[in-house]
Design a protein around this ligand. Structure first.
Ligand SMILES: Nc1ncnc2c1ncn2[C@@H]1O[C@H](COP(=O)(O)OP(=O)(O)OP(=O)(O)O)[C@@H](O)[C@H]1O
Ligand SMILES: [Mg+2]
Length: 280
């Protein structure tokens, strides 16, 4: 809506996990390296955690984008599944015909598929997002799944992605057999104040068109950091809001005052929606 005013080619602060926008902070870079290492060294299991909105799904998407041609990926969002339901979704996402098959038949089909992919030198990766929802029973069955292997390599790399609660589940005593198979858990951290500034500039750069763009003052970054704690999703929600306020106020300079107004809007139970103040 305000793209034309700032001359943006597209909206800079969408809340979808779009890997094109990946800003490589030290922590996001580490996570990408850890995933790459785990998958290509065929470690069998890897785990990535982080607070809500910190960028887990975005990093995983960037990994897939980078290595897509050599990977066979199944991507599953976990809810409170029993294993058989999860297995069904895994098989479906790998493109297997599973209608009417029972658990043993699905496991056989999956095994045959993984052997075939391995024969074609393709690395099969199962990504389970929101994995903090998995019960210890389901995790135990996943461990069995990761036992599918040839003499020298794991046939399936299982990537667990979830909120920090996932660490608590994996660190339970009864989970130690699984935990021992994971080469360290990678936790993505929030952006520092310095990273936050670079993150915002980076996203603005990607969408920059011919028209002047938006310029943020130093105190605006301080206010955004204070509000968001360096969590990218909160940064995006706030930045989207303040760009709208800037547009309504007919200014491309975003200062602390505008940011505070944006925060008040977001925190108010009855937002004085900037949308209502938009010029006709
Ligand atoms: N390093 C980054 N570079 C660019 N954008 C990012 C980065 N990290 C997060 N984002 C943005 O922040 C938002 C939230 O990211 P994402 O959905 O990946 O978080 P998440 O950790 O998976 O959250 P959840 O716990 O809710 O699943 C998205 O809009 C995403 O584009
Ligand atoms: Mg996510």
């Amino acid at each position: 809506m305000y793209e034309d005013f700032y001359g943006f080619k597209e909206l800079p602060f969408n809340v979808t996990p779009d890997p094109r926008f990946l800003y490589r902070s030290a922590s996001h870079r580490d996570a990408l390296a850890y995933i790459t290492y785990g998958v290509f060294q065929r470690k069998g299991f890897i785990a990535v955690t982080g607070e809500v909105g910190v960028g887990k799904t975005t990093v995983v998407g960037a990994f897939i984008d980078l290595f897509q041609p050599s990977l066979e990926v199944a991507f599953v969002f976990s809810t409170k599944f029993v294993f058989e339901q999860l297995l069904y979704l895994i098989c479906k996402d790998f493109g297997l015909e599973v209608e009417g098959k029972n658990k043993a038949q699905m496991l056989l089909a999956l095994n045959a598929f993984l052997i075939e992919q391995n024969g074609r030198n393709r690395n099969s990766v199962l990504i389970i997002d929101e994995a903090q929802n998995l019960s210890p029973d389901v995790l135990e069955e996943l461990r069995m799944l990761s036992n599918l292997e040839t003499r020298d390599r794991k046939l399936l790399q299982i990537m667990l992605v979830g909120q920090p609660e996932l660490e608590s589940v994996l660190n339970m005593n009864e989970m130690r057999q699984l935990r021992q198979r994971i080469p360290g858990i990678c936790r993505i951290s929030m952006l520092s104040r310095e990273d936050l500034e670079n993150y915002i500039k980076y996203r603005l750069d990607i969408v920059r068109g011919r028209n002047g763009g938006a310029s943020f003052t130093a105190d605006s970054f301080d206010e955004i950091y204070h509000f968001s704690g360096g969590i990218p999703r909160l940064i995006n929600v706030l930045c989207d809001r303040i760009l709208l306020i800037g547009y309504v106020a007919n200014t491309r300079v975003i200062d602390g005052h505008i940011v505070r107004e944006g925060i008040r809007d977001l925190e108010s139970p009855y937002p004085r929606s900037a949308d209502r103040r938009i010029r006709p």
